[in-house]
Ligand binder design. Structure first.
Ligand code: 5GP
Ligand code: ZN
Length: 138
């Protein structure tokens, strides 16, 4: 896709600190890292977000992300990692070419505040499930 920065980086037209590359993805270091080693898995094909990704490519990106997380832990002495993937402005997506964040973690590093657990009821859960479930049964 023209004018897509991640298309250009994934294709190697713009240089990047590349950790891994195969025929379907390139893994680069993030320019504004949440922690040292923060990486992005970029598919070489342009897909705006997860809803547009073919399932096999989505699975491959996740599998590569898990390998990258394991390597971050070993290479940099981390204890864990988050695989995070933002879809839509409201979810914090700023670059509209699918990318999976691999963010290495240490205990109490304060790097990410994910969510504050809320409350619900069995009735609300049943109502909510009834709204979403039919759309997944195609
Ligand atoms: P998003 O908020 O869309 O999930 O994440 C976009 C990420 O891409 C951010 O973490 C940002 O730092 C990173 N980023 C944006 N532009 C570039 C770039 O040109 N090169 C690299 N390596 N990372 C980028
Ligand atoms: Zn793109």
């Amino acid at each position: 896709m023209e004018n897509c920065i991640f298309c250009k980086i994934a294709a190697g037209e713009i240089p990047s600190a590349t950790l891994f590359e195969d025929d379907r993805v390139r893994v680069i270091l993030d320019l504004g890292p949440a922690a040292r080693g923060h990486a992005l898995v970029l598919p070489k094909e342009h897909h705006a977000d997860a809803t547009e990704m073919p399932e096999d490519l989505l699975g491959h990106a996740m599998a590569v992300g898990a390998r990258v997380g394991a390597a971050q832990m070993k290479a940099l002495g981390y204890d864990g990692f988050n695989l995070i993937q933002n879809n839509g402005l409201s979810a914090g997506q700023t670059v509209f070419h699918f990318h999976l964040h691999v963010i290495p973690r240490r205990a109490d590093d304060g790097v990410l505040g994910l969510w504050k657990p809320g409350t619900t009821t069995p009735e609300e859960m049943a109502e909510t499930a009834a709204l979403i479930k039919p759309l997944l049964e195609a």
